[in-house]
Design a protein around this ligand. Structure first.
Ligand code: AMP
Length: 227
């Protein structure tokens, strides 16, 4: 059965890092709608440039645009055997649409992992976060002195939406629009929570164990059951 995983959690919870690691280990693509938008802005694609204002203000890009982007990416051949989604869905409407896409594909139930971290820890993390200007990889937070990416050598920059005012706005937007999504999934037998307030290695281990458990539970569900 496909390994269809969604990683939920507030900005700064480590979703990107964890999704990337898990996807690499399991040979499925990590799909980040934020990365797709940032890449589109770099390439000056009109759709992404319209989204840029919203991103810079810490607001969500409209559901129609994001659903279109996600649909197109999930349809590519490398995603037919499974995927790890990072940053999508972010609203209940996007979640419903993703369920519809899974139904159309005849996929088994989604595995949903919520990485939970307290608010003050998130603000602290986001204010010091840097990413690579070339490949988008997160810098190692423990390595303040480094100015270049450990993967491709590109320059490390502060993300334009990581300034403190924007960070608080993004957390507010998360509580208002994305927390209801956690409630949308919470009662499903394949929903799991992971404690994100520990070292990335410990989070990765817990995530791996929770997903393995959800996969076992899913194997016992009727095909196509969403919970
Ligand atoms: P991220 O890299 O996932 O933190 O996304 C950066 C920004 O891109 C967000 O703050 C939103 O403005 C926008 N974005 C990314 N994914 C979505 C989505 N699924 N729905 C709405 N906006 C999104």
């Amino acid at each position: 059965m496909e390994l269809n995983v969604i990683v939920l959690g507030p900005p700064g919870a480590g979703k990107g890092t964890q999704a990337e690691r898990f996807a690499r280990q399991h040979g499925v693509p990590k799909i980040s709608t934020g990365d797709i938008l940032r890449d589109g802005i770099k390439r000056r694609l009109p759709l992404a440039l319209v989204a840029k204002d919203k991103m810079d203000r810490g607001e969500l890009v409209d559901d129609g645009t994001m659903i279109g982007i996600a649909r197109e990416r999930l349809d590519r051949p490398d995603a037919t055997g499974g995927f790890v989604l990072d940053g999508f869905p972010r609203t209940v409407l996007q979640g419903r649409e993703l369920d519809r896409i899974m139904e159309e594909r005849g996929s088994g139930a989604l595995i949903v992992v919520d990485i939970a971290v307290p608010d003050d820890e998130l603000v602290r993390r986001l204010a010091s976060r840097r990413i690579c200007s070339k490949c988008g990889t997160n810098a190692d937070p423990a390595d303040d002195a480094s100015t270049t990416c450990r993967r491709c050598g590109g320059a490390l920059i502060h993300r334009s939406d990581d300034d403190e005012g924007v960070v608080r706005e993004r957390l507010k937007v998360y509580v208002e629009q994305s927390k209801p999504l956690v409630d949308y999934y919470r009662d499903r037998p394949t929903f799991r929570t992971v404690n994100g307030a520990q070292s990335p290695e410990c989070v990765a281990q817990e995530l791996e164990a929770r997903i393995a458990d959800a996969v076992r539970v899913r194997a016992g569900l009727p095909l196509g059951a969403q919970g």
